[in-house]
Design a protein around this ligand. Structure first.
Ligand code: AMP
Length: 525
């Protein structure tokens, strides 16, 4: 039994010790003293994750519900000590809670946990849920602590972390099998790696800045992700969620045998299905190919696939996971002989990047990916090494409230609360202060004051009358808004004086747009 209180206590001590070396010592001592089966969970929690990095589950809550102290005190029998296992089990139950009443179930589970926790434990739970420990424990420091706790060479641990993309897994391997297990964990044909993922970006200025002034742009193909492995005569194909689809894609297997290098390799790419006119088929159609197990040959003829590889994680039997993108691309070009590659360009200015994006869109693709030439492949990682840029879509929202501006915008009502129609009511889906000119801000401020229904000091509520066209890059599920939906990177593109609030986008339409995002990019694959 491992007390959760010990972890909370460690967090307090980490916070109180600014020195890196002291933190390292505290972490290593703590990990070393744990039973092997608790190490993975402890590493996840200490790095502010409810679940290990390669575990696709999410909590779907933003915080711990408030518990009344009196409710805790009134609990006659003292609650049993909270263990790491209790917390992990509660998180697992929260993650699977679904359907009607899911929010209540989650709330009850977390409330139960909070009621059993001490003040310090509650704070730690809260930080894990919020995804920020504030203990100064970076992934790098955790890696060193694992190294020190279990006596493996730093380089071996680092390589394992690069190929597994999950420090919990690394720590578990280290505690159970030491350096030998870590060394054996590097990429191997026949063992799929979690695909590296991309973060959404709004513009190329941000991308170039984050990537040191140079980015490799590639078309973002609207198909399905595959990972292709070869070892001698054996070929394997996995989906993004790591299901084995080799048997359904004999044509891809054949292409790999005939056209790609003979030495062991692992390639990452996107597969597209084309119709007779050469246009990409919708994602659901392509999925018929992936799921097919009988009469595969007929579908192979009816729905030929095209391949676009964009990464190489192993060439000539050597793992390239830790190598920079530029080096991996060279290896990719060698393995493929330059065939079936993603279209790409290296750019150093936003103008060049915009040209490339225009080309991608003109060719019918959904956007571009921007990759850092210096970056290693991070299995399962989603960060600023890979960005995706798509074109914006728009919806018509109604302004239902507005925050007072500050700084340059002080005096104006400038941060607009945007809502869609939900029956006779309006449901908030985001806020924005972007898109209007100074002149428009002034006019809008005057207009909204005339519609004000209440002034809460910072926020002024207004009659829902002004309709604006809002561009966004993605619709997300949101626990913040009652609507359950939020617009990512919302900005106003037009004031729709020609539209009445009754003509604004509805919540149902927004939900459909949300679902459509997955129609082209599989959630279930
Ligand atoms: P998203 O699913 O919107 O997060 O976008 C990431 C997905 O885009 C990847 O998982 C791939 O399936 C797909 N994709 C298409 N083209 C590329 C590319 N050139 N590089 C990386 N991913 C790509």
């Amino acid at each position: 039994m491992v007390e959760f209180g010990r972890l909370a206590d460690l967090c307090r001590r980490l916070r109180a010790s600014p020195g890196r070396l002291v933190k390292l010592g505290l972490l290593a001592d703590y990990l070393r003293a744990l039973p092997a089966d608790a190490v993975g969970t402890a590493v996840a929690f200490l790095t502010a994750r409810a679940f290990p990095a390669s575990d696709p589950r999410v909590l779907g809550v933003r915080g711990l519900p408030d518990v009344q102290r009196s409710a805790v005190a009134a609990n006659a029998a003292p609650a049993p000590l909270l263990t790491l296992g209790d917390v992990a089990a509660a998180f697992a139950a929260v993650a699977v809670a679904g359907g009607a009443g899911a929010r209540r179930t989650r709330d009850e589970l977390l409330r139960g946990l909070a009621a059993r926790a001490s003040e310090e434990e509650r704070e730690t739970l809260q930080r894990i849920i919020a995804g920020e420990m504030r203990t100064g424990v970076s992934n790098g420091l955790m890696l060193e602590a694992i190294t020190r706790a279990f006596g493996a060479p730093l380089e071996t641990t680092r390589r394992a972390a690069q190929s597994l993309g999950d420090l919990s897994e690394v720590a578990t391997l280290a505690v159970r099998g030491g350096a030998a297990a870590l060394a054996a964990s590097s990429a191997r044909p026949g063992v799929p790696l979690l695909p590296m993922l991309a973060q959404i970006a709004e513009d190329f200025e941000e991308v170039l800045e984050a990537q040191g002034g140079t980015s490799a742009l590639e078309y973002k193909y609207d198909g399905a992700r595959i990972q292709l492995h070869r070892d001698g005569e054996r070929i394997w194909i996995w989906t993004r969620r790591l299901s084995d689809v080799t048997a359904s894609l004999p044509d891809v297997v054949e292409t790999a045998r005939r056209e790609l290098g003979a030495a062991p390799f692992i390639l990452d790419g996107e597969v597209l299905a084309l119709d007779a006119a050469g246009r990409p088929l919708p994602f659901q159609e392509l999925m018929r190919r992936f799921r097919r197990v009988h009469e595969v040959e007929r579908l192979v003829r009816e729905m030929p696939l095209t391949l676009h590889f964009f990464d190489c994680l192993m060439a000539d039997g050597h793992s390239l996971v830790g190598e920079p993108y530029a080096r991996r691309w060279e290896a990719l070009a060698a393995v493929t002989g330059g065939r079936h590659l993603a279209e790409r360009a290296i750019v150093t200015s936003p103008a060049e990047a915009r040209d490339f994006l225009a080309r991608a869109l003109a060719a019918g693709h959904e956007g571009v990916m921007a990759k850092d030439l210096r970056s290693a492949y991070e299995p399962g990682g989603r960060g600023k090494r890979w960005f995706k840029l798509k074109t914006a879509q728009t919806v018509d929202c109604v302004i239902v409230a507005v925050d007072r501006g500050s700084g340059r915008r002080s005096g104006w009502l400038s941060n607009y609360h945007l809502a869609v129609r939900d029956g006779d009511a309006f449901a908030d889906v985001g806020k924005t202060f972007k898109g209007l000119t100074d002149q428009q801000f002034v006019a809008m401020t005057e207009r909204l004051w005339a519609l004000a229904t209440s002034d809460e000091g910072y926020t002024v509520r207004v009659r829902p009358e002004v309709v604006v066209e809002v561009a966004y890059n993605e619709i997300q599920k949101s626990p913040t808004y009652r609507s359950g939906m939020a617009l990512r990177f919302a900005r106003i593109t037009r004031i729709r004086d020609d539209k009445a609030p009754e003509q604004a986008t509805t919540l149902d339409e927004l939900r459909a747009l949300y679902e459509r995002q997955f129609a082209t990019k599989g959630r279930s694959v």
